[in-house]
Every structure is written in structure tokens, then in C-alpha cells.
Design a protein around this ligand. Sequence first.
Ligand code: PLP
Length: 478
Amino acid sequence: MHKPMPEQGAASKDILKQLEAFKERDPRYKEGKVWSLVYYLNEEHSGFLKDAYHLFASENGLNPGAFKSLKKIESEVISATADILHGTEEVCGVVTSGGTESCLMAVKTYRDMARDQRRVKKPEMVIPETAHVAWFKASEYFGVKIRLVPLKADFTPDLDKLRKLINRNTVMILGSAPEYPHGTIDPIEAMGEIAQSRGIPLHVDACVGGFILPFMEMNGENLPLWDYRVPGVTSISADIHKYGYAAKGASTITYRNLDYLRYQMFVYQNWPGGVFASSALLGTRPGGGYAAAWGALQYFGKAGYRKLAEDTLAAVSQLKAGIEGIPELEIMGNPQGPLFSFRSRDANLNIYAVGDQMDARGWQVNRNQYPPGLHAMVTAQHLAVVDAYLADLRDAVAAVKADPELAKKGGAATYGMLAHVPLRGMVKKKVLEMYSEQYRAGGAELDIAGGADEGIGGGAPGLLDRIVHWYVQRRSRQ
Ligand SMILES: *Cc1c(COP(=O)(O)O)cnc(C)c1O
């Protein structure tokens, strides 16, 4: 249904009421029911972030010479980030709008550096299967071919295979701290040695880990090295809008020194609008996000973040122990950070059906695939709901065991169908088609009844269900 712009304006207080009302059917993250997407602590902290954001909601970070306030904010955010990542004085970087922008920038930087310094014309990057989707996006956007490193049984990249995938077109290697699907910290020290010996940059994607692993280590956790202390690491992405508990729209990309960062810059000197220089993807840069990020860093300081890391890890430990205590389930690999996945070790227990049962009990849990599992991105807020979550998980497992038919219904059925090879081949095309449909002007209402596809769709509930429905109908017509 096409909805035209209102002819007349309305009162701001009525509009704000409407906006509040829009939230009604959104995920209930304030109750700790959501295990991805939102990093929420409490109303007081959210209020503070909003105030900080509002102070700079109109200010524009496009031109660092104009709003000196924002350049100062950015410089201080980058130096605080370099500090916790054990960078030297040489470390430099840019505040971006989010993890994806940070990852995209690293790929552009290393592609252009290899082109300039080594005349590489067909750029490639070597990345593990567990690399975040942002890297696959960067590959498409910037024409850098992916060489995919397979995983070992413990979900770490197979380094022998990694070595063999490097060639003269390789512009960068990627490791994650941790990777998103299972929370495993890649073997960055070993990867750094390989990268250095071949003279290739190594980026560490710490988008999710960058603002919690350092504080876990300060608390005495025994973690492998993954930051600038590893000599081969040339750049790191770290999101403040995840475990930095900032407002949405704040991440960082830092480099070991300016010799790398300068390839991220864009300059066009012949534009009729003037000489133009830009440090990252965006033109206009939202001051609010940067101000709220700076505010969060000042608000918590190292002591505050250490306490958050402690609470988070307490929740993670209790959850892992509770899950390992359910004989039919096991944690996947060796996750050491704030997130993990678990799967079924019982051939008669369909893990997606367990996920459906958790949904039915009001939790919002993401699905993994290859291999199947359920995902948990844990925040300090979840410490309060650990017992309730585990009780429901035990009930969910019991319910699926008592009724194996549940594996043929709901989201479990959808994922089951998606494993069909002929359908698999059509998924990309079909997702493109249906996903695009949602972006018509006036936008079709999303199918809220879905919910099994956050693991893929990320914000398109019901999309996979619709694709499976289409496929089943198509088959029955043949
Ligand atoms: C979240 C995440 C990203 C992407 O960040 P966005 O802020 O969602 O764009 C990239 N890499 C990893 C490992 C992540 O967890």
C-alpha cells in the first residue's frame, strides 16, 4: 500500500507517541530475551547515550576542519582504542558508522596498497569460513576474490590450507577475535607469523571482541594474544556499538601506522564543489554516534568495562555449564569470549526444533548452519536471566524428545528443507527476489509469523519460510 507524505505537519508530541507505538511488536530486549542485535544495560545508561547523541545530532564529521569538536572526539576515541589494543604511538585510525564499514575499509585499503606497491591486478584475500558476512560483502563490492580457508574440527582455520591459499595476488589475510558464528578466537599469533613471512598484511576482525576481550584479560582471564602485540597484525576493527555499549553507529578501524591508513583515504581535487578529502566510506558523518561512543568510553572507563566483562563472563560460564549439563547438547568448539553456539549430540534431537521451542517460550535465539546449532551473544544484562533461560532450554529439549514430529514443523522444517540441494541452489536468487520486494516504496508489511531465519535473513522475518513454501508448491505442481 502506497502511503503519500502527509499534506500537513503534526505536533511533535503526537509523532513521538506514534514512534513509541511502532515499537510494540519489536524484540523485547529490555527483558533480556534477545541474544543478538542489541547490547542493552538499563534505562539510565540508554538515557545518557541519548543525551550525548542529541548534543551532536546535527553536527557533521565530514570535514574535520569544520567541527573541531568532532575531530577531537574522534582522536580521543581512536587513542583510547589503541590503548586497550596495545598499540604504539604510531597506531592511527578512523571512527566509522559500524563494523561493516570498518571491514569494508580494510579490504579497500589493502587492495589499493597491493595495487600501488606490488602492481596486483587481480586481488585476492585469504579468509576463514567463519569470517563475518561483512567480508563477503566487501569481496563483492570491491572486486577482491575470496580464498576460503576450511575449518578444523575445533572451528579454527586450517593453517596448512591457509598457507597454500596465499599467492602473489593475495592482498590481505583475515583472522577474527572472536569469529561471530561460534565465538572462537582464531590463532592470531600463528597467522601473524605466516603473514609476516610472506609480507602480507593481517587484519584482525575484533568487531565483536574489541571492547570486551581486553577487559577480560585485565581481569586475569588467560586469553591468546590477538592485538597489536602480535607483530604481524597490521590492522584491527573494533565496534564500540557492541560491547562498548555505545549508541548504534560507532566502530573503529585502526592501523599499525599511517603507511597503511593512507590507502584508506579518498581525495578528489577537481570537483567543482571544491577539493574533497574523505577518510572512510561515508560523506556526511553522524556526529551523534561519535559523541555517544566517546561518552560511553568516559562513562565506564577501564574499571567499568572490567566489571561488565566480569558479569558477562559469569553469565557465559553459567550458561555453558548449564548447557553441558544437558546430556543431549554440547558447546561447539572452544569459545573463549562473550559468545558461543551449541548443538545437538543426539541423533534424535533436532536442534532447530529446540530453537522453535525456545522461541515459543519468548526467547529470541539465532540459528547457525554448517553445522546446525543455536547461537548466544551474551551481555552483562543476561546474568539476570541465566536460570530462566536454562530452565526453558531443559524444557525445550524435553519437549522435542517427547515429540520428534516437532522437527517437521515450524522453523525446524524450514531449515530441514533448506538442506535440500535443489532448493539450496535457488536460495540466493529467491532471497534476492523476495528481499528486494520489501523495499518497494510504501513497503509491503513483513511476514511477522516467521522468525526462524535471523541466522540468515537478519531482519527479514519469515523470508526463508516463504521461500520454502514457494519451493514446496513449485514441486507439487511438477
Ligand atoms: C558485528 C560484526 C561485524 C559487522 O558489524 P556491524 O556493526 O554489524 O556492521 C563484523 N565482524 C564481526 C566479527 C562482527 O561480530
